[in-house]
Design a protein around this ligand. Structure first.
Ligand code: ADE
Length: 237
């Protein structure tokens, strides 16, 4: 195990089950990225479940027309109850999260809170909606990643997963970097520079080359505050 990984990473930290009608859209993304490294380091175990495996009848039906009429298909209760109840028989879940545009808006404090959980389920809807009884009986939390409508909950599930997993011990090579992100301090991030100090007539702010860490800290704080004031004054409220 590489030297930089904290001791906790040796024991699995978190398990995430993702339920979807299109598992490939999740697994293909999981192949890349920091999330894969986090799995290899033992920080997280991610298991993707194909809703069609619990589908009904010969055609593994998972959806149906809405009662009362209207456009679009609705995910049925039976496959989702079967999948979630099977998982619940194996372990306790801290949260069963449904990704939906009418959920609470995802943000860094929610990611922080979820990163402290042991077992969570992410349910991605892929049709017009899901039967309300699933939400009433099984779902403990509903999350939206923003005020726009996507074709399914898979991308939102990946967004939530990525934001949470990178906070887990062992997921990042430099544990500090997750804590110093934009939003963790309540401010946007200060600008960053690397070599060369001069590029096409653009130079790096003198203070960053000064070696004076007190001045550098003060500059970073000041520029972060200025950027936040300009772009996201709501964060300063
Ligand atoms: N499913 C479709 N759009 C979504 C959104 N904005 N957030 C979460 N789930 C969604």
């Amino acid at each position: 195990m590489p030297k930089h990984e904290p001791a906790q990473a040796r024991e699995r930290w978190m398990r995430v089950d993702i339920i979807t009608a299109v598992p490939h859209s999740i697994t293909s993304v999981l192949e890349a990225s920091i999330v894969k490294r986090a799995q290899e380091a033992g920080a997280v175990e991610i298991v993707v479940h194909n809703l069609h495996d619990d589908g009904l009848g010969k055609y593994h039906q998972i959806d149906d027309v809405p009662f009362g009429g209207g456009a679009g298909m609705i995910l049925r209760c039976e496959p989702i109850f079967a999948c979630i109840e099977r998982l619940q028989a194996e372990r306790d879940y801290d949260e069963i999260i449904f990704l939906t545009p009418d959920g609470e808006r995802f943000c860094q404090p929610i990611a922080n809170a979820l990163s402290l959980k042991r077992n969570i389920i992410l349910l991605a809807g892929h049709y017009k909606g899901i039967d309300q009884r699933i939400r009433d009986r099984l779902i403990t939390r509903e999350i939206s990643i923003g005020d726009y409508v996507l074709t399914g909950g898979e991308l939102p599930a990946l967004v939530v997963l990525d934001a949470v997993v990178r906070l887990l011990p062992g997921a990042m090579s430099d544990a500090e970097s997750a804590l110093l992100d934009s939003f963790q301090s309540g401010l946007l991030d200060a600008p960053h520079y690397t070599r060369p100090a001069e590029f096409r007539g653009m130079s790096v702010p003198e203070v960053l080359l000064s070696g004076n860490h007190k001045h550098i800290s003060a500059w970073r704080e000041e520029t972060a505050l200025e950027k936040t004031r300009k772009r996201r004054p709501d964060l300063l409220g």
